[in-house]
Design a binder for this molecule. Structure first.
Ligand code: PAF
Length: 279
């Protein structure tokens, strides 16, 4: 497995494999089984796979969150080394990604970015799109792989690729969960033992909410979820939203044939967790 610190070096190396298909798996490191599932799918579908490991400063609206983000490069490289020479790692310093100022480009994603995570984390999606665009346009992979845990991020990446007319296939990959249902996330490592023990309630509540569709209207289900988390001393609910799976705009009735999803963001102490399910 080759590790590159500079985009230019990796691009020179890719030029040696002109006809090869390339899968890109962008990550911020602290790799877990969810990331490895993306790498494995990318390896199955492409000749070579680039895994980028970069904690992108411009997508953090909170400096404390950026500082606390787990950085485990040695362990990450160890995990990726098991995949052999078909994997190229791009693990740059900030200067390689942002040679001048560490600032965001400006994109317009309309209402896709003014709801849920967009409201809760101002500027987050502009920063995320900035780095994803740099990676996509820089390496021009055949396919790029992203997990559905960050479903809103994925919707915005699809919009980005369409706006910039990039001929790259964006592959949506299902959420990978712990045995108890908690969606895998690098942030889970920061949970205390007590917080980790109750964190699966997030997914369990989503499942219970979905089961309530038999008996209740969507606004009542929303109230039920909000009441549950508001009454729980350890959780602070940021939002629970049932929305159209494409536009991400709130859905108030379940219409025949309309694809909807339920989205949630909650805090356990300082740690903010998100999840979503088909609804
Ligand atoms: O989902 C993430 O880990 C990040 O938002 C991404 C896509 C790697 C961009 O920094």
């Amino acid at each position: 497995m080759m590790v590159f610190k500079e985009q230019l070096q990796l691009k020179k190396h890719l030029a040696l494999h002109k006809k090869a298909t390339i899968g890109l798996v962008p990550t911020m490191g602290a790799l877990h089984a969810g990331h490895l599932a993306l790498v494995e799918q990318a390896l199955e579908e492409n000749d070579y796979v680039i895994v980028s490991i970069f904690v992108n400063p411009t997508q953090f609206d909170d400096q404390k969150d950026l500082n606390a983000y787990p950085k485990t490069l040695a362990a990450d490289l160890q995990k990726l080394s098991t995949y052999g020479e078909k994997v190229f790692v791009y693990a740059p310093e900030v200067k390689d990604v942002y040679p001048e100022e560490t600032t965001t480009k400006q994109f317009n994603f309309g209402t896709l970015e003014t709801t849920m995570e967009g409201t809760a984390r101002p500027g987050h999606f502009q920063g995320m799109a900035t780095i994803v665009f740099k990676l996509l346009a820089g390496f021009m992979p055949t396919r790029a792989y992203f997990g559905e845990k960050d479903y809103q991020q994925l919707s915005i990446i699809h919009a980005l690729v369409a706006q910039k007319k990039l001929t790259i296939q964006i592959v949506n990959c299902p959420i990978v969960r712990e045995k108890d249902g908690l969606a895998m996330s690098s942030r889970n490592t920061r949970l205390s033992k007590e917080q980790r023990a109750i964190a699966p309630l997030i997914y369990q509540t989503l499942l219970q909410a979905r089961a309530l569709k038999e008996k209740k209207e969507l606004p009542q289900i929303k109230q039920w979820v909000e009441a549950f988390f508001n009454a729980h001393p350890a959780f602070k609910l940021d939002y629970f939203c049932i929305a159209n799976a494409q536009s991400l705009q709130p859905a108030t009735t379940s219409r025949e044939g309309e694809k909807i999803r339920a989205f949630i963001a909650v805090k356990l102490g300082d740690i903010r967790l998100i999840d979503n399910i088909n609804f």
